[in-house]
Design a protein around this ligand. Structure first.
Ligand code: DMJ
Length: 532
């Protein structure tokens, strides 16, 4: 009798536990607006982050509050426009996306809201996208690159996280509007496209050329879009770019920043891991990572180029700071590093830990050193925020010299490297440096109407530039938030961040990849006419 009672009790207890787990899965799934599926436990849920360390919990909460401040002010003063002018409290009409109503801040910021558990705000943004994002109505030139990384990337990330097919459909609409730019003799796209007239052109300052970092930073978005839609067209476009870049002669194994899409010839032989080159190299590594290792060509191209970059661009200042200089015809022309290149610390660390090869140790050493230099560029300014570019000449180290180099545009790259370095090395200094950054943003960039960039980081009371960049919500705040999250929240072996910090699931490892079923090939009809 006692045994029967025990069995009944255990069965009842187990059933109750199963029911409770199921209910919490339903609740989680409902909160995220997605359908309950086997994949639901892979959806990152900030409410379930388990951290014993209260300080870190408070730091995360603080960053969520920063996101609310940026979002609420955008909503109040610039809703539906691309960006906010936080000091004049109106829309910023001369952003890279112009004056059209594309809601760049909404699309770029949505996945950050989702990851922070800001569900009401996420829902408002989602509904705006569903009702108002109509790219084909835009009658002005859009950058193929910026539209891909912020819009296609942001929408695909939201699709992966939620399974809401509206996001996938909108990503298709946006990518289709960009396709006419690829109609060139080589298949390398022009830089700009007018979605309404379908006319493409280049930037005036680039002559007949397209830019390496732009045409080389479409691969993740277009490949993933093909996989979730089953439409091969997008993959074909970026595979063609890859083929051209793989086959072309590369001076000293590096890639110049300008290439003519009509002739397939390099333009001026300027090479850099900063502006104009940066994310092309980042995407070689990440194309390999997000494919779950299948895209071996990308990793080979990455390692070959990085071996050359480390040999030719990496320099060490008299006081021992490592930096990446810029080259022309294989020679150093500028002893200067862009803030944009500060992503490289994180990139080298990822490269080091994901493949054990002859470069792995060097990659990690360089990752630490470059991230340290970028931190120095912050630490040596009066605001503790880093300049747009910093130089090494004579007694000057890691400081801007020209006035256009002294600005801080709310950029994320240094915080991005802190986040990756923290996850991969667990050295406390990366979190400490991130927190210094949060305090500096609060002190100098926060204004009543949002967050502004700065005109001169070497002033104690710097003037604002009156722009709240959309990547501040997409990247800067997301990377800071992730820096204070647990490793299990968007784990780096399941997710890869596009260059705008939109997380993409890794194929074959993350069930949120949501690949479309392969179309079933039609059976050939069995009649005389079909004989070949
Ligand atoms: C972002 O749009 C992306 O990170 C891009 O790769 C470089 N520029 C900005 C942020 O600085």
């Amino acid at each position: 009798m006692r045994i029967i009672f025990r069995i009944v009790f255990i069965a009842f207890f187990t059933a109750t536990i199963i029911l409770l787990v199921r209910l919490s899965e339903i609740e989680t799934s409902f909160k995220h607006g997605g359908k309950l599926s086997r994949a639901s436990r892979h959806v990152p849920d900030p409410d379930t982050i388990n951290t014993a360390d209260n300080t870190v919990v408070d730091q995360r909460r603080f960053i969520i509050q920063m996101m609310m401040h940026a979002w609420n002010n955008y909503k109040l003063y610039a809703w539906g426009k691309n960006e906010l002018k936080p000091m004049s409290k109106r829309a910023h009409l001369s952003s890279v996306f112009g004056a059209g109503e594309l809601g760049a801040t909404i699309v770029d910021g949505l996945d950050t809201l989702y990851l922070m558990g800001l569900h009401d705000e996420f829902r408002e943004g989602r509904d705006w996208v569903a009702e108002h994002l109509h790219i084909n109505e835009i009658d002005s030139d859009l950058s193929v690159f910026e539209t891909t990384i912020r819009f296609v990337g942001g929408l695909l990330s939201c699709y992966a996280l939620t399974g809401d097919t509206m996001f996938k459909d909108k990503a298709v609409e946006v990518a289709d509007a960009l396709l006419p730019a690829f109609d060139t003799p080589t298949g390398l796209p022009f830089a700009l496209i007018n979605p309404s007239t379908k006319a493409s052109r280049q930037y005036h300052w680039a002559g007949p050329n397209s830019i390496l970092s732009e045409l080389g930073t479409l691969h993740l978005e277009f490949t993933y879009l093909s996989d979730v839609t089953g439409r091969d067209i997008y993959r074909q476009k970026v595979n063609r770019i890859r083929e051209v870049l793989n086959n072309i002669d590369k001076p000293g194994d590096l890639y110049p920043n300008f290439i003519n899409p009509r002739t397939g010839q390099w333009g001026q032989r300027h090479m850099s891991l900063g502006a104009l080159g940066d994310s092309f190299y980042e995407y070689l590594l990440k194309a390999w990572l997000v494919s779950g290792g299948a895209d071996e060509q990308a990793r080979i191209m990455f390692d070959t180029a990085m071996q050359a970059a480390l040999d030719k661009m990496l320099r060490v200042s008299p006081s021992g700071l490592a930096y990446l200089a810029e080259l022309k015809y294989g020679r150093i022309i500028e002893e200067k590093m862009d803030h944009l290149s500060c992503f490289a610390g994180g990139m080298f660390a990822l490269a080091s830990t994901t493949l054990d090869n002859s470069l792995s140790e060097r990659y990690m050493d360089v990752a630490h050193k470059l991230t340290n230099t970028c931190h120095e560029s912050y630490a040596r300014s009066d605001t503790k925020l880093g300049p747009e570019a910093f130089r090494f000449s004579g007694a000057v180290e890691a400081r801007a010299q020209k006035s256009n180099e002294k600005v801080y545009l709310l950029r994320p790259e240094t915080f991005e490297s802190y986040f990756i370095m923290w996850r991969l090395t667990k050295q406390q200094r990366y979190r400490d440096w991130g927190w210094e950054g949060v305090q500096a943003l609060e002190k100098h960039c926060r204004v009543e109407g949002g967050y502004t960039g700065l005109v001169n980081v070497y002033h104690q009371n710097p003037q604002g530039d009156d722009v709240q960049q959309s990547f501040f919500l997409a990247e800067t705040l997301k990377y800071l938030y992730l820096l204070f999250s647990d490793d299990s929240f968007l784990p780096l072996d399941e997710w890869v961040f596009n260059t705008e910090a939109h997380p993409f699931p890794i194929k074959g490892k993350n069930p949120l990849y949501r690949e479309a079923p392969k179309p079933v090939p039609l059976e050939p009809a069995n009649d005389e006419n079909n004989r070949i």
